[in-house]
Design a binder for this molecule. Structure first.
Ligand SMILES: *Cc1c(COP(=O)(O)O)cnc(C)c1O
Length: 457
């Protein structure tokens, strides 16, 4: 039987960009748990969120039933600038590993923001503009989300106010300057611009900030400034909805060559790229039409799925945001300074949390040094310099491919290569100089954070 050789890159035509986002919640029997009001512990009502989020995004957040959401023309036009993204067959990596496994990766790093986050930032900026707002506020840790949002705001002519964790602001001046190039204002957090910032600075003078604190500042700024709303780059249901474009494109490309994956792998910080990549495949699995092994990969230093608790928790340190039921390490868990900034969040998407609790997916955690070993091997054979976050997925893929080598199984593995690592060279430097650490929290340490979880059953 002759089979057409699968090309190195499967490119789709512009016309093949999906016209709808897919909402996996529509196919879930057990829906993700509702957000709770942090004061009353009652399910949050859409109108209670109106001062914080844009109207259409709130509607998407609460909609557990609509299967497809049409992608507005304006967003599709922006997608055309950098989508469809390529699905690459990792022939060189397969050869290097000597594995019979067939490896593919969906590459989301070929836009200036350098990651998949642009898929959701452009949607969120569009709905803010459509509502007639002046601008949006957000927080950024390592800077990827802030960069993606500033690009989207520049496109739609919206003001963009970013609170950047102070230590990153000082250590990552290049990301900061990319944001300013796109017109965003970037404030190191904690700042004197907000009440919560002033309070934290009074209590902890000289603090270098945290993501949780920057979220609290961004939310306060949004609700106290006329014509502004707050936007978030991961975790929320709406973000997973927008990111479904990744998985839908992947499926179209694989279907063209009649390829069915056995294993789908993605790194998990707040869960948005993984949720997006797996969406249509998970849909088939939920409807009983197909079966796939789905693996979330997280850092051993921030192991929400593998060692966290499935419980209601705060999404921010300031405890102003709604409570979400998710796998969590506790809202004031501070992970060891690990170099995959995008994977350092204490919680996890409520959608993925429910799917994991119901046994539809697996999770593994990997150590930092082994992640950079995988990153370096990948860069040398496949050419792309991967982001440290993405390299978690590379590590797990290599491990699965090596198992295939032992057993001789020709499994097909698809993984998400979420971004590039040009702004992460300090981390690569530490790795090359042998100065990288592999801190893993102890059970006792984690327990101190679990003890502080809100008591909601
Ligand atoms: C932010 C980020 C992640 C992690 O975020 P998710 O919401 O879990 O997808 C992964 N990779 C890159 C390159 C990122 O910027």
């Amino acid at each position: 039987m002759s089979q057409e050789k699968i090309p190195y890159k499967i490119y789709l035509d512009e016309k093949e960009i999906p016209r709808n986002w897919y909402n996996v919640r529509a196919d879930m029997k057990n829906k993700p748990a509702p957000l709770l009001n942090p004061a009353t512990h009652e399910p949050m009502k859409p109108e209670e969120l109106a001062p914080v989020f844009c109207e259409e995004l709130i509607a998407q957040e609460f909609d557990n039933d609509t299967r497809y959401f049409p992608i507005p023309e304006e967003i599709l036009n922006f997608y055309k600038v950098y989508r469809p993204s390529p699905l690459v067959r990792a022939y060189f990596l397969e050869e290097k590993l000597g594995t019979p496994a067939k490896i593919y990766y969906k590459f989301e790093g070929n836009n200036t923001s350098g990651s998949h986050k642009l898929n959701s930032s452009v949607a969120q900026a569009y709905y803010a503009k459509k509502q007639g707002l002046k601008g949006v506020t957000t927080e950024t840790g390592a800077g990827q989300w802030g960069t993606a949002l500033s690009m989207a705001c520049a496109y739609f002519g919206l003001d963009c106010k970013v609170y950047m964790v102070k230590v990153s602001y000082e250590q990552k001046p290049f990301r900061r300057e990319v944001m300013r190039t796109y017109g965003a204002s970037v404030t190191p957090s904690p700042s004197m611009e907000t009440e919560v910032g002033k309070k934290i600075l009074a209590e902890h003078p000289g603090t270098t900030g945290s993501l949780g604190c920057a979220i609290s500042e961004a939310v306060e700024k949004a609700v106290t400034t006329e014509g502004y709303r707050y936007v978030l780059g991961s975790v929320l249901n709406q973000v997973l909805l927008h990111q479904s474009v990744i998985g839908l494109e992947t499926k179209i490309a694989l279907d063209k060559y009649g390829v069915k994956p056995d294993i789908i792998i993605g790194c998990a910080g707040g869960g948005s790229n993984l949720g997006g990549l797996i969406a249509p495949f998970m849909g088939e699995k939920l409807r009983g039409e197909a079966d796939y092994r789905i693996i979330a990969v997280e850092p051993a230093s921030c192991p929400s799925f593998t060692r966290g608790k499935y419980a209601y928790d705060f999404c921010d340190t300031g405890m102003v945001c709604p409570l979400a039921k998710m796998y969590t390490l506790g809202s004031d868990f501070i992970p060891a300074p690990n170099h995959a900034g995008g994977l350092r969040y204490h919680g996890m998407s409520p959608i993925l949390s429910q799917l994991y609790a119901d046994g539809y997916m697996e999770a593994v955690s990997v150590g930092q040094t082994s992640v950079f070993e995988a990153a370096e091997l990948f860069a040398r054979v496949e050419g792309i310099l991967p982001a440290p976050e993405s390299s978690h997925a590379i590590r797990a893929t290599i491990d699965e491919a090596l198992k295939c080598k032992e057993t001789g199984e020709e499994k097909t593995i698809v993984f998400g290569l979420t971004g590039t690592g040009y702004f992460d060279l300090v981390a690569y430097e530490k790795f090359h100089d042998g100065k990288m650490t592999d801190y893993v929290p102890t059970d006792e340490e984690l327990q101190t954070y679990f003890n502080k979880l809100p008591k909601i059953y």
